[in-house]
Write a protein that binds this ligand. Sequence first.
Ligand code: FES
Length: 321
Amino acid sequence: MSVRRLAPDHVQPASFAFDAANENWIAQQIAKYPEGRQASAVIPLLWKAQEQHHGWVPRAAIEEVARKLGMAPMRVMEVATFYTMFNLQPVGEHFVQLCGTTPCALRGAEALKKVCQDVIGPQSTVTADGKLSWLEVECLGACCNAPMAQINFDYYEDLTPENFKALLEDLRHGRPVKPGPQNARTGSEPEGGGETLKDQALYDGSAIGAGDWQKRVTNQRKAAAEAAAAKAAAEAEAKKAATIATDAKGADVAKVDATPAAATKPATDTAAAGRPKPSAPAQPTGAAHDTPAAEGQPESTKAKTPRSRAKSAKSGDKPAE
Ligand code: FES
């Protein structure tokens, strides 16, 4: 792990300013955050400063980022020194980050360190031509292709002292190089090729049908097509029979409608004949006139009982009509 300190004063630039293109990019980044939260853009701005300043972040860039975001310089310094993605020392044109964690160490990373020391020099120093520098880092997540190194933005894997040394020389002299595994592997399959799933029958389908799977599938498709055709024919036949029955029923109805109107009794008469005649309202019985309720009625409206009628006749009163 590298020591997270700023580069010595004699390599620090006197000032730093973002170029016009980056100023425009920075404005867009800052605009992503709500008012008062511009400090959230500190990592993108530091990254852009590193990109512009040949792969490392000088003190002047840290101060410029702090000024742009309205932060205390120390707050930006804390971020820059915490994250190892920010280089605080000058780096070469090809910056080698060599993984030294256990899987890579078990697969020969120590020998690769010696190559770096021999070809480049001590860690965190740049070759005199400015082409190469190197740093030991922690696991970069490509352990299945250990040992490996990241150079600028690409991974180089399955390294050996020989192919690693040749790779560094190619980079130094500007020759084309191939990222990824530096042996015959194309990914992370076993060295020397795959050991399992090699039976071709797994891929031509014969393993699932004892050799005649194509014939079986063809027959299944044929049977399914015949069944579908038979079903469609049966449905068409049933529809046809239903249409014929409907037409016959319509003809019978038309025959009934053709009968002379006079020969048929109006439906209302028929209905009336079948209905019982309304009965006459029930007549009040004499007993009903003797109910107590009748006594509460006015004299003129009271019904005359036999006794009252006899009394009226004896007294000469005219019986009530
Ligand atoms: S240990 Fe080296 S990449 Fe994981």
